[in-house]
Design a protein around this ligand. Structure first.
Ligand code: 13P
Length: 250
């Protein structure tokens, strides 16, 4: 049985004051009621130190939103895996569709970031997803399959259980449009099949998250599907009541 994971992706949001308020509310509720799933927040890099200290000794794990493919050196603006580890990051998102679309990240670059995260002992949350045009052209399986395939080609079969996959249809991100549970399940099942071809045993352990307008109102139905093992939450992760409601739904 896979333990569900609910991870917040704050994107480029937050402030010292807002982070303190949000995490204080989340911590106090989880301290009281506990959580029956794993919980993480992926925060902007400048807030890692603040969030590390706010989350010390809590059930909420820390994550980052991106990482360099390089170990160290003259790469202005980049953040290394070693730096993330120093701030006790457990997770790092790689290949988010916003990075693919706005920063021209290729499948190969995402694969390199995944491999780099694994070397450092971080858990990469590998994002895949199709655009609306691609879905309407019947290319969902081909696009998402190629995105995952690039990553699978760059890692050892023995490392497969160490990754998390997130299926985030681009057309559902920040739009209020959600994939129906059946639509999401169909893609998740396809992804699981692809994982099995790499390592059949480990594929059953890999958590495949759904992301794209997941909210308290639709979380329960989505999370009830057999291959949906959690959520990667954007907007709703910025409101403690909504994020907590999704955690409870899991
Ligand atoms: P929303 O939940 O705001 O649609 O964002 C999803 C997402 O991109 C998480 O990575």
């Amino acid at each position: 049985m896979r333990r569900k994971l609910v991870a917040g992706n704050w994107k480029m949001n937050g402030s010292l004051a807002a982070n303190t308020q949000l995490l204080t509310e989340i911590k106090s509720e989880l301290g009281r009621a506990g959580a029956s799933c794993d919980v993480a927040v992926c925060v902007p890099a400048p807030y890692l130190a603040q969030c590390q200290s706010l989350l010390f000794n809590t059930p909420v794990a820390l994550g980052a939103q991106d990482v360099s493919t390089h170990e160290a050196g003259a790469y202005t603006g980049e953040v290394s895996t070693g730096m993330l580890s120093e701030f006790a990051c457990r997770y790092v998102i790689v290949g988010h569709s916003e990075r693919r679309a706005y920063f021209a990240e290729s499948d190969e670059l995402v694969a390199q970031k995944t491999a780099r995260a694994l070397i450092a002992g971080l858990t990469p949350i590998v994002c895949v997803g199709e655009t609306l045009a691609q879905r309407e052209a019947g290319q969902t399986d081909a696009v998402v399959g190629a995105q995952l395939n690039a990553v699978l080609s760059s890692i050892a079969a023995s490392d497969l259980a160490k990754i998390v996959v997130a299926y985030e249809p681009v057309w559902a991100i920040g739009t209020g449009k959600t994939a129906t549970p059946e639509m999401a399940q169909e893609v998740h099942a396809m992804l699981r099949k692809q994982l099995r071809a790499k390592n059949a045993v480990a594929a059953e352990e890999v958590r495949i998250l759904y992301g794209g307008s997941m909210k308290p109102e639709n979380a329960k139905e989505l999370l009830a599907m057999s291959d949906i093992d959690g959520g990667l939450i954007g907007g709703a992760a910025l409101k403690a009541v909504d994020f907590l409601a999704i955690i409870r739904a899991a």
